[in-house]
Design a binder for this molecule. Structure first.
Ligand code: SOE
Length: 382
């Protein structure tokens, strides 16, 4: 694994646990973790359960005991590491968004397709597909339970940037992160919408905003969603919020909101789909629940009802706790590891693939292009 901060810790948890909960065809072994700071990466290896530590990712991908490279670094290094790892014959898991630009994502996908012919797999880390309730929603949509889709509504709301003294970490700088709320949160929203609808977003119209344009330069390395300022201020070069509408080729309409300024909303990923036969609703802050309205029921008793997604027949749940004993955020990474191990052992293309990650990247680029055109119409005054 390359990188060991927030996402690295989450992925490590997934790798440590998957083989202990699920009956896997191959057993993940945490061979080595890589980071630039020697003493920090050794401490991370001990804490997260990795057998060895490396300070150069090139040395990591040359190791004979490494078969899979898991990339948990900021977006600016995804393409270089993924391409090198695939060319070195390794399988790859790359955190979302796949890259910082469409060009990088295209290059990665091309190399991944060549590698697939050699039996290697390359997966993009959109972990929320692996919330059991989301996988169940996909299953119900595919079974026709909501009928022809008319609306897909996804908002991903966080609030960790509301304080203007929050420092200028890498997530707020375009050269490292590519974009702000759009790539960090909007990418999840777009992936989920496409996964659930079963088709790509075909067109978008967008507004983006950076509310706080200057922030204090961080005191030290700050990787997570907290930190303090040191001295001086710098420019925020990414968006704080992105709002966009979209269209699917089937005719369904979509709306998206991605923001780090939704005061009081910590990690609220809300999804609602409305179809001719019914609707589904989900909120990540209550991730063991999926709400379903069945339009074919008599109006007198129809209405949204809660499905508690903890039954053994629900996706991923056969291996976990008895009904009613719910799961959390970290389990999505366990499920991601499980699915990737199956793809490797069975020689199948994992979902989401790099091609799926590229499709999301194309939507993000279209959102940026639309927002830059600023085609906002002023109401005509009487
Ligand atoms: C920070 O906004 C973040 O950690 C994202 O980077 C993750 O992808 C998301 O799952 C939670 O929030």
């Amino acid at each position: 694994m390359v990188g060991y901060a927030f996402m690295g810790a989450a992925h490590s948890q997934g790798w440590r646990t998957a083989g202990r909960v699920f009956d896997l065809p191959l057993t993940p072994r945490l061979a080595a973790v890589c980071g630039r700071d020697g003493s920090a990466v050794r401490a991370a290896a001990d804490r997260l359960g990795w057998a060895a530590a490396e300070t150069d990712w090139r040395a990591l991908i040359e190791r004979d005991d490494v078969d899979l490279v898991d990339i948990c670094t900021p977006g600016d290094s995804h393409a270089e590491i993924a391409v090198a790892a695939l060319e070195a014959g390794k399988h790859v898991l790359c955190e979302k968004p796949l890259a910082n630009s469409v060009e990088e994502a295209e290059a990665m996908t091309e190399v991944a397709q060549l590698a697939a012919a050699r039996g290697q797999v390359a997966m993009t880390g959109f972990n929320y597909r692996r919330v059991p309730a989301m996988a169940l929603a996909r299953r119900m949509i595919a079974e026709g339970r909501v009928g022809t889709l008319r609306h897909v509504r996804v908002s991903y709301l966080q609030d960790w940037l509301v304080d203007p003294s929050f420092p200028l970490t890498w997530r707020l700088q375009k050269p490292y992160a590519g974009s702000g709320a759009l790539g960090d949160l909007g990418a999840h929203a777009v992936d989920l919408a496409q996964y659930l609808a079963g088709e790509p977003v075909a067109g978008v119209s967008a507004l983006m905003e950076t509310f706080v344009r200057e922030r204090p330069i961080p005191a030290g390395a700050s990787a997570g969603l907290s930190g303090t300022g040191g001295g001086g201020v710098g420019q925020v070069t990414v968006d704080d919020a992105a709002l966009f509408t979209g269209r699917f080729a089937s005719g369904a309409l979509a709306s998206f909101e991605a923001t780090r300024f939704a005061t009081g909303r910590k990690n609220a990923l809300k999804v609602e789909l409305n179809g001719e036969r019914g609707s589904l609703a989900f909120d990540l802050e209550r991730l063991n629940e999926l709400y379903f309205h069945d339009q074919t029921e008599p109006g007198v008793s129809a209405g949204f009802r809660r499905i508690l997604v903890t039954e053994p027949e629900h996706p991923y749940l056969e291996a976990w706790w008895p009904p009613g004993h719910g799961l959390g955020y970290e389990h999505t990474f366990v499920h991601q590891a499980r699915d990737l191990v199956h793809a490797i052992a069975e020689g199948t293309v994992p979902a989401p693939s790099f091609a799926d990650g590229l499709q999301v990247q194309r939507v993000l680029a279209a959102v940026e292009e639309s927002a830059a055109k600023n085609s906002v119409y002023t109401p005509v005054q009487a």
